[in-house]
Design a binder for this molecule. Structure first.
Ligand code: NAD
Length: 284
């Protein structure tokens, strides 16, 4: 089985940054590749800040901090991946962008390298067939924030080999310290398939005027012991991301509970995208 020691994370936005931090913390030599130089610089600063906080809180030592940073490299070029064992793609949720990236990764990385995607909704098989190594393409779906949340979904496409699934799952468990659940290549996997209709129902409830955002969120926190309410969680995920995932689920399953409600569409049109734009269902 491929031993995974050298990793690249492509895309250093909300998810990529946390995934890269988790990989380097776990001991993998990690290259972070991001198109946008400002986002890349912010990612490096965020990771350094997160490690500083861990040291200040006594959750990591100064040596852990230095070790993690020494295993990380930040780059705006994809060309430097010829010695990687695993690439985890975490770029924008656009199928053409991901297909084109997987075609490039197939050329640039060694044939033994596993190509993983963090996509929330794009069929893994569509990325696998963009490469000449469909057996080595797998979904590794992280949760936000990726350096903190304990779960990953390992997603097997029709072409993915047993050894790729095992290598990916072992890396997530042994290096990243995550709990792994396995599922097939159907839009939504396990968690979003159940979570997204719930978030959309909360948005419909708010739009109907039944209750305020605060009361809906307090209801689920107090009544069901959820750590966040559905509207707070939607703001954290990003309303554009939520709408994009809902659209793909709706297209895949053609069930009305996956259809993006009008209020969500209007907030996205207004660029009120949640925490990342400092306004969504709440102001930040
Ligand atoms: P994001 O918009 O915060 O970050 C994406 C980054 O990718 C941007 O910084 C962009 O500049 C960069 N990028 C775009 N094309 C690139 C390329 N060709 N090479 C290098 N960098 C490129 O998005 P995000 O929320 O981090 O989501 C990333 C992926 O993770 C998506 O597939 C999304 O569905 C998935 N995901 C998101 C969440 C979430 O809660 N946000 C959770 C699980 C999975």
């Amino acid at each position: 089985m491929t031993e995974i020691k050298r990793v690249a994370v492509i895309g250093a936005g909300t998810m990529g940054s946390g995934i890269a931090e988790a990989c380097a913390k776990g001991g993998a030599e990690t290259i972070v590749v991001e198109l946008n130089a400002d986002v890349l610089a912010r990612s490096e600063a965020n990771i350094t800040g997160s490690l500083d906080k861990a040291v200040a809180r006594g959750k990591a030592t100064e040596a852990d901090r230095e070790g993690t940073l020494s295993r990380m490299r930040f780059s705006t070029s994809i060309d430097d991946l010829a010695d990687r064992d695993l690439v985890i793609e975490a770029i924008i949720e656009s199928e053409p962008a991901k297909v084109s990236l997987f075609q490039s990764l197939d050329r640039i990385t060694p044939p033994s390298c596993i190509l993983a995607t963090n996509t929330s909704s794009i069929p893994i098989i569509n990325l696998a067939t963009a490469t000449s190594r469909g057996d080595k393409v797998v979904g590794i779906h992280f949760f936000n924030p990726a350096q903190v949340q304990p779960l990953v979904e390992v997603v097997r496409a029709l072409t993915t080999s047993d050894s790729t699934v095992s290598a990916a799952a072992d890396f997530c468990t042994a290096t990243l310290g995550k709990k792994v659940i396995h599922c097939g290549d159907r839009a939504g996997f396990i968690v979003n398939r159940l979570l997204v209709p719930y978030l959309l129902s909360a948005i419909r409830m708010l739009d109907s005027g039944l209750a305020t955002a605060r009361d809906i969120d307090d209801g689920m926190k107090g009544g069901c012991a959820h750590p966040m309410g559905p509207l707070e969680l939607s703001d954290l995920v990003g309303l554009d991301t939520l709408k994009a995932v809902a659209d793909v689920l709706h297209e895949e399953w053609n069930e009305p509970h996956y259809a993006a409600p009008p209020l969500l569409k209007r907030l996205v049109a207004a660029r009120r995208l949640g925490r990342k734009t400092k306004a969504g269902f709440y102001d930040y």
